[in-house]
Design a protein around this ligand. Structure first.
Ligand code: KIV
Ligand code: NA
Length: 275
């Protein structure tokens, strides 16, 4: 029956919660796809997969390669790919060039960019030219240097007013949904009632129209740091360590491989003399 479309996601506003997780690879996408409405190929992959300290060094080529991998591993979810730092902020034309290339090469349904009021003209330019845009406001990891770290947003009247204005600006500009990250509950709740596109929360309370988290965070596969808003649903990192420890022990003790894992095993005595 095909993938969930961007208009279908938008139409979830006020109806049904939107389930979203990040995905970077084919095997993980295969596991997530049946359960998710949206798969986000996030630039968080720079930190989670490549061990970078921030998302700033992630390139368009990296996003395209991982976008293709996630598309190959999914058939149900709507796939959205992040525009990485430096690939869209310069001008709306630059943003269109980057986004159109990502859509054409990966086959994804749309792109996500970090920004509020200051990026509204870019959101509008893309949306009106066939590129669905998911905006991302509140805590914007690509602005780590201007923020001086990863800090929650919307505390105090002025800060709250800024996030609310950003939400309204991107909704008016034609974004089909908006990620609200690391934003105090009251502000996220207000935004969700005030704009007519779905809010996808990450550390922005249950009031949002949907939720997103980094998959490796909820599975216990990434523990360099764990933000307050992450809930851990499994400890796969522990399982990996235990499995690899067993393998290493068995190799060192010559317990692996056994005959079950070998080709052309000859029973002792049946071995023909080799001249
Ligand atoms: O890069 C990312 O994974 C994200 C989400 C967590 C919203 O932007
Ligand atoms: Na991101």
């Amino acid at each position: 029956q095909g993938r969930i479309t961007v208009p279908a996601i938008r139409a979830r506003k006020g109806a049904e919660p939107i389930v979203c997780l990040t995905a970077y690879t084919t095997p993980m996408a295969q596991r997530l796809d049946p359960h998710c409405d949206l798969l986000l190929v996030g630039d968080s992959l720079g930190m989670v997969v490549y061990g970078m300290e921030s998302t700033l060094a992630v390139t368009v080529d990296m996003m395209i390669n991982h976008g293709k991998a996630v598309m190959r591993g999914s058939s149900n979810a709507c796939v959205i790919v992040d525009l990485p730092f430096g690939s869209y902020q310069e001008s709306k034309e630059q943003a269109f060039r980057t986004a159109s290339r990502i859509l054409a090469e990966t086959g994804c349904a749309g792109v996500k960019l970090e920004g509020g009021a200051e990026l509204a003209d870019t959101v509008e330019f893309l949306s009106q030219r066939g590129i669905p845009v998911m905006a991302h406001i509140g805590l914007m990891p690509q602005q780590v240097n201007t923020m001086g770290g990863f800090k929650s947003q919307g505390r105090g009247e002025e800060a709250a007013a800024k996030v609310i204005a950003d939400a309204k600006a991107v909704a008016k500009a034609g974004a089909f949904s908006v990620v609200v990250e690391g934003t105090v509950e009251a502000v996220a709740r207000l935004i969700t009632t005030e704009i007519d596109i779905p809010t996808i929360g990450i550390g922005a309370s249950v009031a949002c129209d949907g939720q997103v988290l980094v998959t490796e965070d909820i599975l216990g596969l990434f523990s360099d740091f764990t933000p307050k808003f992450v809930k851990r649903y499994a400890d796969l990192g522990d399982q990996v360590s235990k499995a690899v420890e067993s393998y290493a022990t068995e190799v060192r003790n010559r317990q692996f491989p056994t005959d079950d894992h070998c080709f052309g095993v000859t029973k002792p005595g049946k071995l023909r003399a080799v001249k």
